[in-house]
Design a protein around this ligand. Structure first.
Ligand code: 3PG
Length: 307
């Protein structure tokens, strides 16, 4: 009998765990659950005899892949798969998948919420500004970028998008200004929201050169990954531009310095919460379970990311 491990350092909502179990057990497979773990060794032990693993931001590195001797598939219930060692997975014949789009509305709602929070001075009572009529730049236009655009339209924002992998026609068809050069996105928008994955190309790519192009009242919203922001450039921007604010889902490494010097101009979630809603957990978790069942029963590799 196939054994599927749900390994979540940050647990899914209870309803999602129940749903995942039902899908797996109805298919005749067995479920193991490792939640809230704090030591890597716990994951190594739990993975030792399983055929599949469902994870979130949990690290599946070469040690985990070596320990999981019977592993055939790992599914990241979510979008970003920078936490999986894809090269080692491929070398070991392990299929890696994500569940694209399943948690994007939750992340988009958080991005908008953080924008409002910044525009209203972290709800401190001092007169703020409105989102209506402001320019919003979407740096990357995947599932989350699209969901942010849908909500921002309702707020009366003017929306711009830059994404080297999405063509002009697709972006313009959705009533969004297509931006061919990333510098123009930052020049045009008071609000820039980041939605790219963390890759060799994107890490530290949001630097002072780009940020300093932003018009007065600049706010950067990061619900992507902290690694895409160049923290030296970020500190320079905070220093040079008294109008600049940064809100981020998960704190940067330089949080202490920012808190010390730039009080009132930032907000960081203590733990990544963008996808932490019952709905997103359900959508992504259940999709992961179904993908595993289809993989074992029909050989379906639709969402494989290490092809
Ligand atoms: C994702 O890549 O899907 C999001 O960052 C959510 O990550 P999480 O499942 O760890 O909350």
């Amino acid at each position: 009998m196939k054994k599927i491990l749900i390994a979540t350092e940050k647990p899914f909502a209870k309803v999602a765990v129940e749903g995942i179990k039902k899908i797996i057990e109805d298919a005749g497979f067995e479920v193991a659950l490792l939640e809230n773990y704090s030591q890597k060794v716990e994951l190594l032990q739990a993975a030792a005899d399983v055929n599949a693993i469902i994870i979130r931001s949990d690290i599946v590195d070469s040690d985990v892949l070596a320990a999981a001797k019977n592993l055939k598939i790992v599914v990241r219930a979510g979008a970003g798969y920078d936490n999986i060692d894809l090269a080692t997975a491929s070398a070991k014949g392990v299929v890696a998948m994500n569940t694209p789009g399943q948690n994007s509305n939750a992340v988009a709602e958080l991005a908008i919420g953080m924008m409002i929070f910044a525009a209203r001075n972290n709800f401190n009572g001092v007169s703020g500004t409105e989102l209506k009529g402001k320019n919003l730049g979407l740096h990357a236009y995947g599932h989350v970028g699209k969901a942010v655009a849908t909500i921002a339209r309702g707020f009366g924002m003017e929306i711009y998008a830059f994404d080297p992998f999405v063509d002009k026609k697709t972006i313009e068809a959705e009533g969004i200004h297509y931006v061919a050069d990333v510098s123009d996105l930052y020049k045009s928008c008071q609000y820039v929201s980041l939605h790219m994955p963390a890759t060799q190309q994107t890490k530290k790519s949001i630097n002072f050169g780009l940020l300093s192009l932003m018009p007065k009242g600049a706010t950067l919203i990061n619900t992507a990954r902290k690694e895409v922001v160049d923290e030296e450039g970020l500190l320079e921007m905070f220093t040079e531009r008294a109008d600049f604010k940064y809100v981020s889902d998960v704190e940067p490494d330089c949080k202490g310095l920012i808190a010390e010097k730039f009080s009132g101009r930032f907000y960081f979630t203590p733990k990544k919460i963008g996808a932490q809603t019952a709905e997103a957990n359900n959508n992504a978790g259940l999709a992961a379970a179904r993908q595993i069942v289809h993989f074992f029963t029909d050989g379906d590799t639709t969402f494989q990311v290490n092809k």
